[in-house]
Design a protein around this ligand. Sequence first.
Ligand SMILES: C[S@@+](CC[C@H](N)C(=O)[O-])C[C@H]1O[C@@H](n2cnc3c(N)ncnc32)[C@H](O)[C@@H]1O
Length: 470
Amino acid sequence: MARKKTDRIVFENVEVLDAGAKGVSVAKAPDGKIIFLPNVVPGDVVDVQTTKKRKAYYEGKATVIHKFSEHRVEPICEHFGACGGCKWQNMSYDQQLFYKHQEVYNNLKRIGKIELPEFEPILGSKEQFFYRNKMEFSFSNARWLTEEEVKSDAELVRENALGFHIPKMWDKILDIKKCHLQQDPSNAIRNEIRAFANANEMEFYNPREASGFLRTLMIRTASTGEIMVLIQFFKENKKQRELLLEFLMERFPEITSLQYVINGKANDTIYDQDVKLYKGRDYILEEMEGLKFSINAKSFYQTNSDQAYELYAITRDFAGLTGEELVYDLYTGTGTIAQFVSKKAKKVVGVEAVPEAIADAKVNADRNKITNCEFFVGDMKNVFNDEFIAQHGHPDVIITDPPRDGMHKDVVEQILKIAPKRVVYVSCNSATQARDLALMDELYKVVRVRPVDMFPQTHHVENVVLLELK
Ligand SMILES: C[S@@+](CC[C@H](N)C(=O)[O-])C[C@H]1O[C@@H](n2cnc3c(N)ncnc32)[C@H](O)[C@@H]1O
């Protein structure tokens, strides 16, 4: 162990032991403390330069790799390492699944501290690349220079960029030439927008000064072949805006929904903005098991459509429906799970906080000629109360799919109070799911657990749990 002038420590020949939460790997320093390391794979033997020292752990980066793990694979993306999107692209897919499965198991065991059945095997994604149906890119007038570029002798030009935020840096954008997450023509659309905007001297956004013209780009694709493109401008410039939008329509006639937003606020979220339709429809259609779902610019829809089908099929299977049940679908979004299970239920009641999502859910149910689903808007902890149950009936089965924070404790309490015979808990964060399962342990036992991988090349993992009354 050698100390550098900077007080940064170098540890030599350290074996990477585990792949931890947030996609960062874990090794052990000679003093016994944990070291968190990005871009390495369990089984690698590396020299480490620490970048942060805390009481219980270090953060660092590998400076030399002495031995490559047998689980390493060559990342296929030229942006790997600099782009924070696919942190596990250097790990074989089998190993990715292994660590995702382990993360769910550890959370349920250590945080939940509940009795668990044997897990069903994690369901991997058939497509390991080009599986996302939605991507968002940012414009910047100062392209992020990668470490290699800075070290090289080449003359560096800080030109415009259209790509992703560098992890933890709100104002730094990595220019993306080819992303392996969304199917064609996503890359072509992004690259041609950049080239056209440059050729026509359109200003890219300057996040530090909050100035410029082009701000963000969202592309949504669907299994039906429909494509939505939304460009967010920082200010109105009708001539340039129409020039760009007309170019897109002409160059990509397959775009079925072309929309834009003019947003001069500090943040670039479009959720509180007026989205304007330029050409086509203001939504695209997604299809699943013969059901059609319309998705507008602000709608939530599972980002891996093929795996969403698998996730919903597992959820429906866990729900064990016979056609006689009253089902509640809590956090229903646009009512996709509700409609997916509806033909096997007597009635489904969906509840969701976002009014636009519930409006979509109703339109979708009409389009799909589903008459046994009802949808209600409101914050779950307020809506899901005794009065609501008295009005809509006592559920036999509850399906719940909350956001990352998990369920509010009042919602958990209400489930315990009404005690349906089965609860299917779908979660994108097994740590908060484990916390909620622990709260439900007094009444429910976990009888089935199946993690599902919706996001290959990342550490994210979805988990479906079936609870039955003890
Ligand atoms: C993980 S998504 C699930 C969506 C849906 N089940 C699906 O598969 O498309 C979680 C949903 O919970 C909603 N939500 C978040 N907080 C909520 C709250 N406090 N009350 C009701 N719904 C909420 C979000 O708007 C989002 O639609």
